[in-house]
Design a protein around this ligand. Structure first.
Ligand code: ADP
Ligand code: NA
Length: 332
């Protein structure tokens, strides 16, 4: 029986947050099981596209692994490993750097966002990031990639790279990968205001709900979330032009496995003063068991290192033959 492969990852560049959990991790856990072979990575090579303190990078990599496991990933069911420990990612990325076109990269909105006004000063790695991401996925011939909405454009580029490689070498070798963007909160926005996504790489955002936050901190951040002065709309009025309300309702919907409309059917007409404590209770109930488990796992560093080493070995067993076949196709 052909078992389709799932690949995804997150950067050890700071704290895992509610957006990572609702947009990505939760779906990773749901895909774990007999229908797919699941491979989940800590993408440290991506993290260093902006400078990381070496000690903190190492700590964040372990903490990310703890976050994966505490969220429900099981090292017996999924391959969990650190990207730099499987050199085939970087090796295939070089080939993809030679397949991808400069113009494709120049269209990537994430690069524009992250590089900001001073793009000439961004690292070359930050610019080439999507080619490495394509290699992360395709070095396993992964067919499904569960991610948040912000990764949609990079996954289209992954398909473009696979298509061009197959065409340039006259082969049908790399599959066309499907993004899996699922749930009511595929793009969680900052609680500071609804204009920017919640992100690890925004250290100035003190409103970000981190997976390591304790119950009081989570509740406090939700209480302080920016909102507009109106009551929550009915299902009929909807959430158009209500970005902060939409964000909180989407978070509530995702945490309670409902659609935003189902939530509005219940809470439409309520004031935020009533809705926020409901949301805080729900968020604490779902997230604090995870943060407690993360803290426990962080007390077992050797166990995390063992899991990562073991995962890297399993990952290499898949990636090495695919890289070798790629070299053969290319004539190397
Ligand atoms: P970040 O952007 O916070 O640094 P990563 O780049 O490590 O996070 O992304 C890890 C996963 O989390 C990706 O699948 C990404 O699409 C998802 N993700 C990141 N931020 C959000 C968000 N605010 N809402 C939903 N999903 C998100
Ligand atoms: Na991201």
């Amino acid at each position: 029986k052909f078992t389709p492969r799932v690949f995804s990852g997150a950067q050890p560049s700071g704290n895992l947050h509610l957006g990572n959990y609702l947009g990505a991790l939760r779906n990773w856990v749901r895909m774990q099981g007999s229908d797919y072979q699941t491979i989940y990575c800590m993408v440290d090579l991506h993290a260093i596209t902006v400078w990381q303190d070496p000690k903190e990078l190492q700590h964040a990599t372990r903490e990310l692994c703890a976050g994966y496991i505490a969220s429900g990933l099981d090292p017996e069911k999924s391959i969990l490993f650190n990207q730099s420990q499987v050199p085939e990612h970087a090796q295939l990325a070089w080939i993809f750097n030679c397949v991808a076109r400069l113009g494709w990269m120049q269209r990537m909105t994430q690069f524009k966002d992250k590089a900001g006004k001073n793009a000439q000063n961004a690292s070359l790695g930050l610019f080439a990031y999507p080619a490495l991401m394509a290699a992360d996925i395709l070095v396993y011939h992964a067919t499904h990639v569960p991610v948040g909405d912000d990764q949609k454009q990079h996954l289209e580029l992954t398909r473009d790279i696979a298509t061009k490689f197959n065409h340039d070498y006259g082969v049908d070798f790399f599959p066309l990968t499907e993004p899996v963007i699922k749930g009511a909160a595929t793009r969680v926005m900052s609680l500071r205001d609804g204009s920017k996504k919640m992100s690890k790489s925004d250290p100035s955002d003190m409103t970000r709900i981190n997976m390591t936050d304790d119950a009081d901190t989570i509740a406090k951040k939700i209480r302080k979330a920016k909102t507009d002065p109106d009551a929550l709309p009915s299902e009929v009025d909807g959430l158009d032009n209500r970005p902060e309300a939409r964000n909180l309702v989407n978070i509530y919907a995702a945490l309670s496995d409902q659609t935003a409309d189902q939530v509005l059917a219940d809470v439409g007409g309520k004031q935020f003063g009533e809705f926020k404590p409901m949301l805080a209770d729900l968020a604490v109930a779902k997230l604090s068991p995870i943060s407690t488990e993360m803290a426990r796992l962080m007390g077992e560093e050797a166990e995390i290192d063992r899991i990562l080493a073991n995962g890297a070995e399993k990952a290499r067993a898949i990636a090495a033959p695919i890289l070798q076949q790629t070299y053969d196709i290319v004539g190397m």
